[in-house]
Design a protein around this ligand. Structure first.
Ligand SMILES: [Zn+2]
Length: 327
């Protein structure tokens, strides 16, 4: 699909911001590390001097001196690593952590567009450019299972939130592993603040980094966009959205206004993606029972055919708990 100049500018701006953010984080890390390892700056300067002298020695053909300098450089490298480790850091902590290590957040790799370009473009088209930032913060790597309660929870059929979450995490990783081999649909349900959005971000990020185009919207945003497209108020079309999206994630289903138009838009989405074998992930505060009541039979039964993952155990953000059974 041809890009407009405005879209090209937007994409370049996004990559620029990503690079800046990674460099800023690296600079902050360096300041922290230098405070903990005061010898770092001196060692790095010494390394740079030695490297300069090594080049000089090689150029002038003094093999003996070159070997000696090489030995000294390796000693400083080892010294640096040891000091960093003793302070609880690694040499990697000094480098920028790019959103996409393949292209170092430039969008270009190996003479062409990087695999992160298409997912980025889709985020631009559907106005979700901060998605990359969110998925860097909320990823499988940053997921902390210890935040989930280990006590049995009546709302989870006597299981603990942690043991349920271990299963959900496994299901989400399988979803990513199998992506592209078959249509997969997932319904994450449970109260607010129990980790549904976090898990959606984990899935989105892992797939975007593999080059899949992910559109992630709250239900309210999604129905607004669908409505605009249906009535020709948007540059985008429903066909375009479906065609360009490998995975559609709708967060917070059930918070949209309950109108006949919204219900038929949801029906159209669910049916269309089913027919085209395109994967969908939906998160909702509604229970399966609520879903049966709120939506017409056809949509409700389709949604409940999705792989369903229950969430619970109280709001992680406020620390309030649901009904826990103390042992
Ligand atoms: Zn890239």
């Amino acid at each position: 699909m041809p890009l407009t100049n405005k879209q090209v500018d937007q994409i370049e701006q996004i990559y620029l911001e990503r690079r800046r953010a990674a460099e800023d984080r690296a600079a902050e890390n360096r300041a922290r590390i230098e405070e903990a390892v005061p010898e770092l700056a001196r060692l790095e300067k010494e390394q740079a001097d030695l490297r300069g002298r090594l080049i000089e020695a090689r150029r002038s053909g003094s093999a003996h001196l070159a070997a000696e300098l090489d030995k000294q450089i390796r000693a400083t490298v080892l010294m640096k690593e040891t000091l960093l480790q003793e302070a609880g850091f690694s040499p990697e902590d000094l480098k920028p952590q790019w959103s996409c290590p393949l292209c170092r957040d430039t969008g270009y790799a190996e003479g062409g567009r990087c695999s992160c370009f298409r997912p980025t473009l889709v985020n631009v088209l559907y106005h979700d450019s901060p998605l990359w930032e969110r998925v860097n913060e909320e990823s499988f790597e940053t997921f902390d299972i210890t935040r989930f309660d280990t006590r049995p929870d009546v709302d989870l059929g006597g299981e603990s939130a942690r043991s349920v979450m271990v299963k959900n995490l496994r299901a989400a990783k399988n979803f990513v592993r199998n992506f592209g081999t078959k249509m997969q649909n997932m319904l994450l349900y449970g109260p607010t603040g129990t980790g549904k959005t976090f898990l959606c971000n984990c899935i989105a990020g892992a797939l975007m980094k593999e080059g899949w185009a992910v559109v992630y919207m709250t239900a309210a945003e999604y129905f607004r966009l669908m409505g605009d497209m249906a009535f020709g108020r948007s540059e985008q079309t429903i066909e375009g959205l479906m065609d360009s999206t490998d995975l559609l994630i709708i967060d917070d289903l059930g918070t949209e206004i309950e109108t006949a138009a919204n219900i038929s838009l949801l029906e159209e989405t669910v049916d269309r993606r089913f027919r085209r074998k395109q994967s969908t992930v939906i998160s909702t505060n509604l229970t399966p029972e609520d879903i049966r009541h709120r939506y017409i039979e056809r949509i409700g039964s389709r949604l409940l055919c999705y792989q369903t993952l229950p969430f619970g155990g109280g709001d992680l953000r406020t620390g309030s708990r649901s009904r826990l059974t103390d042992l």
